[in-house]
Structures are given as structure tokens and as C-alpha cells.
Design a protein around this ligand. Structure first.
Ligand code: BJW
Length: 231
């Protein structure tokens, strides 16, 4: 019986809300690959470029709306404990947008951080930040001009990994939605979940790199196949 569900989401779930995926459509931003912009080394080398990239994306996501896939997962999140007493849903998202929350989901864990937070590298405080960072504003907590986007770059450790592995250990079902399986450690969750005894399901437009590890794959746009799976 399915009691606990861990759902991993990636850029594909937000694609139909108008947010570009990382590796689709050439995967380039102004000729830069994500691997060349989303690193601490890139930020050290060319902070203006990196802050411009994030300021642009932070502004863009605030104009986007959740799509039927976000809304369906939120419905599952809210209703699961009633459908299956004691059952738990955890949405582990690699996305830094807030569309799961705006779609109504509660149990959401942002393993790669959040666009709408800034992190002060001087005092280690995180604050809600909806404006721009390129003009190097002072940190609201300590006043130092040391804010960066609160997102996890290549070479940095994703957030809340212990909590994620605890949930995978308890999971009866692991569902991966709209992620290419190109980036670790998230790409390794399917194997971990399977080794720990969960059934594994992939929902994607096309097969991911780790497709062979899934017990079942359903292909199609998230806005159609996610609501169909939830209902
Ligand atoms: C649709 C759709 C529709 C489209 N409907 N679907 C060699 C081997 C193994 C690992 C490494 C290695 N060399 C280096 C590493 C480690 C590195 C890594 O994985 N590199 C790879 C390039 C190989 N990883 C790291 O550095 C991570 N940290 C780490 O490993 O620390 C060590 C450690 C870990 C754990 C414990 C202790 C220590 C950090 C990774 C950080 C990733 N950061 C980014 C940027 C975030 C900020 C920002 O937004 O700018 O995260 S990169 C980017 O990729 C972003 C995403 O979350 C992530 C994944 O991308 P995603 O979501 O899968 O998007 P796409 O574009 O790749 O795929 C879209 C999918 O949607 C496709 O499948 C489409 O089919 C689908 N789709 N339309 C349904 N309508």
C-alpha cells in the first residue's frame, strides 16, 4: 500500500508556466551555459554578469503563474493525509521559483534554494528579496553589501539533504517530474529510493538520463500527465 510519497520536481514542471528549462532550447543564456553562470567561481570572476542573470530571472518568475501540474500536486499534498490516514507527501523541488507554494502546496522543500531570498555572505542571514541585487544593496540584518542569490550553485552542497534522505527511507513511492537527471545529487534519488524499497515513477516530456531506474515512465506535458496521475 502506498502511504508515503516523495515527489522530486525539476524545471519541466514550470516550463508551461513560461519559465525556461536549463537544458532545453540550446540551454544557453546570452551564450553562457548554466554551468558557467551558476558557480561560485563565476560569481567571483564576474559578479555583474551573475547578478544580472539572477536579477532578470527573479523579475521574470514574479510575472509567472502556477500551471495545472503545480495545482494538482498541491491538491495531492493537501488531501493525501485524508485519503491515507498517517500518509505523508513531500515535494522536493530543484526549482528556485515559488510556483509550488503559489499553487497551494505546503510540504515543499527547496533543495537548490529560492530566487526570492537573498543570502548575506557577511552575516549568514537569509532575507526575502524581490528586487534586484546588481547595485549591491546593504544586507537588512548587518548593513554589509554582501548579498547574493540564495541558490545552490555547482560545487555547493544542496540544502536539507538529511531530511531528504530520511523521507526517501520512509517512501513507498518516489515520483520524478520534469527533470533531466543531469544534476547530482538529485539525479541519484531514484536509485536511492529504489534501493530503499520504493516504487519509482517518472513523469516527463521525454525520458530522463536515469530513466532505466524507474519502474514506470509516463511521457507527456506536465500540465496533462501530472493532473491525470494525481486524479
Ligand atoms: C518537461 C516539460 C514539460 C521540459 N512537461 N517535462 C560528475 C558526476 C556526478 C556529479 C558531478 C560530476 N561533476 C560534478 C558533479 C556534481 C554536480 C553535478 O551534478 N554536475 C553535473 C553537471 C554532472 N553537482 C553539484 O555540484 C551539486 N552539489 C553537490 O554535488 O555537492 C556535493 C554534495 C552533495 C550531497 C551531499 C554532500 C555533498 C549542486 C548542484 C546545484 C545545481 N544548481 C542549479 C542552479 C540553481 C540556481 C539557478 O536556478 O540558477 O540547479 S543547475 C540547474 O540544474 C538547476 C536545476 O535545479 C538543475 C536541474 O535541472 P532540471 O530541473 O533537471 O532542468 P533541465 O533543464 O536539465 O531538464 C528539464 C526537464 O524537463 C527535461 O527532462 C525535459 O524533458 C522536461 N520538460 N518541458 C514535462 N512541459
Amino acid at each position: 500500500m502506498t502511504r508515503n510519497i516523495v515527489i522530486l520536481t525539476g524545471a519541466g514542471i514550470s516550463a508551461e508556466s513560461g519559465i525556461d528549462t536549463f537544458r532545453g532550447g540550446g540551454g544557453l543564456w546570452e551564450q553562457h551555459r548554466v554551468e558557467d553562470v551558476a558557480t561560485p567561481e563565476a560569481f567571483a570572476r564576474d559578479p555583474e554578469l551573475v547578478l544580472r542573470f539572477y536579477d532578470m530571472r527573479r523579475a521574470a518568475i514574479q510575472t509567472k503563474e502556477p500551471n495545472p501540474a503545480h495545482v494538482a500536486l498541491a491538491r495531492l499534498d493537501r488531501e493525501w493525509a485524508r485519503r491515507v490516514p498517517g500518509g505523508e507527501v513531500l515535494i522536493v523541488t530543484q526549482n528556485v521559483d515559488d510556483l509550488h507554494e503559489r499553487g497551494g502546496a505546503v510540504n515543499v522543500l527547496h533543495m537548490h534554494g529560492e530566487h526570492l531570498n537573498a543570502w548575506c555572505t557577511a552575516c549568514d542571514t537569509r532575507s526575502r528579496w524581490t528586487g534586484t541585487l546588481i547595485e549591491r544593496p546593504p544586507c537588512p540584518a548587518c548593513g554589509e553589501p554582501a548579498l547574493r542569490p540564495d541558490v545552490v550553485w555547482f560545487g555547493e552542497v544542496p540544502y536539507r539533504m538529511e531530511e531528504i534522505y530520511d523521507a526517501l527511507r520512509e517512501a513507498d513511492l518516489f515520483v520524478s517530474i520534469g527533470t533531466s537527471g543531469a544534476v547530482y545529487p538529485a539525479a541519484g534519488f531514484v536509485r536511492a529510493a529504489r534501493d530503499l524499497g520504493a516504487r519509482t515513477l517518472e513523469l516527463n516530456l521525454e525520458r530522463s538520463q536515469g530513466s532505466a531506474w524507474f519502474d514506470e515512465t509516463r511521457l507527456g506535458p506536465a500540465s496533462e500527465i501530472v493532473p491525470a496521475w494525481v486524479d
